[in-house]
Design a protein around this ligand. Structure first.
Ligand code: C5P
Length: 223
């Protein structure tokens, strides 16, 4: 088991991936993006043409394809059957359909198990998602929960998409974020919520660098 586990949970587009990656870099820790795991299973299920609401079929996809999540320090590469899908899993179609995989209880249990196995092979880990501090690593050394106002999160997501040449209206993005929040907060298993012992950080008026500094300062004092 890793000697230091830091969890960062939070809603869509709260900046947690970027912050977790940069914090991992500063701490010479490995970074685990658990959203990428849900996205990879979603992509594989779409490719297989299975009914996304059929949990048995989703479990078959997870069991029969070879998923590889390789953490190279602050970067994580995702492969399915040896094919690098790190970029493909970011497509809007995958984002919109990940909620099916996220609400399948037995599938979640398997992914949580994979996350713990991943942690077991690392010395220091910064892991981000929705349930890292509440379920996957309830004994983590330090837990953060990042929030930001929905409008601000929509702006950040729009800038991210624009950088990739994808143009979507702010209203459209905000609606999609609200739908994802609702689905993430209301599912029966591993719902999005701060752990009782999480430090909640509102990033609405903070730059990425400021958030990273804040978290890093806290880790230095408390780890
Ligand atoms: O963080 P990201 O947007 O990449 O996550 C994609 C989807 O995977 C989320 O909308 C959420 O439903 C799901 N997820 C989850 N639990 C995690 C990480 C992600 O349910 N630990």
């Amino acid at each position: 088991m890793a000697s230091l586990i830091i969890t960062i949970d939070g809603p869509a587009a709260s900046g947690k991936s970027t912050v977790a990656r940069l914090l991992a870099e500063k701490l010479a820790a490995t970074f685990l993006d658990t959203g990428a795991m849900y996205r990879a299973v979603t992509l594989a299920a779409i490719q297989a043409g299975v009914d996304l609401s059929d949990e048995e079929k989703l479990l078959d996809v997870l069991d029969n394809r070879n998923f590889q999540f390789a953490g190279k320090k602050s970067k994580m590469t995702v492969c399915i059957d040896g094919v690098d899908v790190t970029e493909l899993i970011r497509e809007p179609k995958v984002t919109a359909n990940a909620r099916h995989i996220a609400s399948a209880a037995r599938l979640r249990a398997k992914l949580v198990q994979m996350q713990r196995q991943f942690a077991a092979g690392e010395e220091k880990l910064v892991t981000e998602g929705r349930d890292q501090g509440t379920v996957a690593f309830s004994n983590a050394d330090i837990k953060f929960f990042l929030t930001a106002e929905t409008g601000e999160r929509a702006k950040r997501r729009q800038a991210e998409l624009q950088a990739k040449g994808i143009s979507e209206s702010l209203e459209q993005i905000q609606r999609a974020i609200e739908e994802r929040d609702k689905s993430d907060q209301s599912r029966a298993v591993g719902p999005l919520k701060p752990a009782n012992d999480a430090i909640v950080v509102d990033t609405t008026n903070l730059s990425i660098e400021q958030v990273v500094e804040k978290l890093f300062g806290y880790v230095e004092e408390n780890a």
